[in-house]
Design a protein around this ligand. Structure first.
Ligand code: NZQ
Ligand code: ZN
Length: 388
């Protein structure tokens, strides 16, 4: 494995009743002026907004609000949040929502302390110099943003969606109560599952040698997702199912299962181009791209795919070559996506050939993408074409 330093400072509160018991104490550690960041109204409809506001008021906290964070959060919304934090002397940002709300809050936290345009950090032209403290209340199991330092922001004017982060943007605390995900609609539940599975795949397909424990840890997360996803999609009010999905999503991208491993991340880079132009859900784009990427890169290391077939999908290896097993693994991945109703082709989002060239060009604008197999522009174009 590669040498690594691991440090994750997020205090994680998992399960029922934790918000009522510990939120006030966590928030007031940082001061009495809070920016509450949330999305397009789901937390008002399901009662979480009233619950959180009640706790904050009783704790004597002054609350400023930034509502309306978009799925695929936009830079313009980040700027609004930075203005509020600077003008109101905000001590802590409290993000209540899914990955978009949390990512937007991370950008606001960095931008408030950055002497320049926060977009420079995402464009790799600047480095974060600090951040306001950030806490989260997660409402959608998907990104792992509740326990990592990254975030993805869309500049709608330039049609760019870029990831960025810093050691300062780990949430100080995150409350993950599965009950807060009961109201997530079926399609968003599916996208979330596709995203957590994608994070596990990004780790699993890597070029680093001698990583037996990492492989098994990642396989454990993939297996748990595959075994429980369908039930979770069909039973939105099942606490155990929601809890299992939530824990999978946190573990898939909090750095714990992939230490010393250089993940691939080409599919994420390609998906961000799709979302930047077509504003599609991140998890939906990933479900479309992954099987086609797998077909394209399989020969780089067929054994890795064969392991996926036998260890995760329990394919009987007797009498089968490594290549046959590898192909069966990709078929099983396709079947899994179909079983939970995930999109399968770009056409499902009415995406045609019109921007493929541009997206391929943009995907490699900083450098070739992918570490399991390095992809240049032409490779990306072929994968996008096969996904039509
Ligand atoms: O805006 P509201 O009204 O809250 O509705 C949201 C939104 O429409 C809704 N929702 C969330 N919780 C709900 C709920 N509806 C009912 N009940 C609830 N409890 O779901 C919709 C989607 O929310 P969003 O936050 O966009 O979803 P997700 O958590 O999947 O986040 C996606 C974003 O995260 C980025 C993606 O690129 C995308 O921009 N990612 C962030 C990562 C990270 N920070 O580590 C890594 C990922 O790879 C990903 O790129
Ligand atoms: Zn993702």
């Amino acid at each position: 494995m590669n040498s690594f330093r691991f440090q994750n400072p997020t205090a994680l509160y998992y399960g029922k009743g934790q918000i009522e018991e510990y939120l006030a104490a966590e928030v007031t550690k940082f001061g009495k002026t809070v920016l509450l960041v949330y999305g397009g109204g789901s937390i008002q409809r399901n009662g979480l907004y009233d619950k959180v506001m009640g706790i904050l008021r009783r704790a004597g906290v002054t609350v400023h609000e930034l509502p309306g964070v978009e799925p695929n959060p936009r830079l313009t919304t980040v700027y609004k949040g930075i203005d509020i934090c600077r003008n109101e002397g905000v001590d802590l940002i409290l993000a209540v929502g899914g990955g978009s709300v949390i990512d937007c809050s991370k950008a606001i936290a960095m931008g408030t302390k950055y002497d320049g345009d926060v977009w420079e950090i995402y464009e790799r032209r600047g480095t974060a110099t600090g951040a306001l403290p950030l806490g989260t209340i997660l409402t959608l199991a998907a990104t792992g943003s509740e326990m990592n330092s990254g975030g993805v922001i869309t500049n709608w004017e330039t049609k760019e969606k870029l990831g960025g982060g810093s050691p300062y943007t780990f949430p100080a605390f995150s409350f993950c109560d599965p009950e807060n995900t009961y109201t997530v609609p079926k399609d968003q539940t599916v996208y979330g599952i596709c995203d957590m599975l994608a994070h596990s795949f990004e780790h699993y397909f890597h070029p680093t040698e001698h990583t037996p424990l990492q492989q098994h840890l990642i396989e454990a997360v993939i297996s748990t997702i595959v075994e429980n996803a369908k039930f979770a999609v069909d039973h939105p009010d099942d606490y155990n199912a929601r809890e299992t999905m939530m824990y999978c999503s946190t573990m898939a991208l909090n750095g714990m299962i992939n230490m010393g491993v250089q993940g691939d991340w080409a599919c994420h880079a390609m998906e961000h181009e799709l979302s930047a132009i077509y504003d599609i859900p991140h998890g939906g784009g990933l479900a479309i791209l992954f099987p086609h990427w797998m077909d394209y890169v399989m020969n780089t290391n067929p054994e890795r795919f064969a392991n996926l077939a036998t260890r995760v999908f329990h394919v009987d290896s007797a009498g089968k070559s490594v290549e046959e097993l590898a192909k069966m693994a990709i078929e099983k991945v396709r079947e899994f996506y179909a079983s939970i109703g995930a999109p399968q082709r770009l056409a499902d989002y009415d995406i045609g050939r019109e921007n493929l060239e541009r997206m391929a060009e943009q995907a490699v604008r900083f450098r070739p993408i992918g570490n399991f197999k390095t992809l240049e522009k032409d490779d990306v174009l072929k994968i996008l074409q096969s996904s039509l």
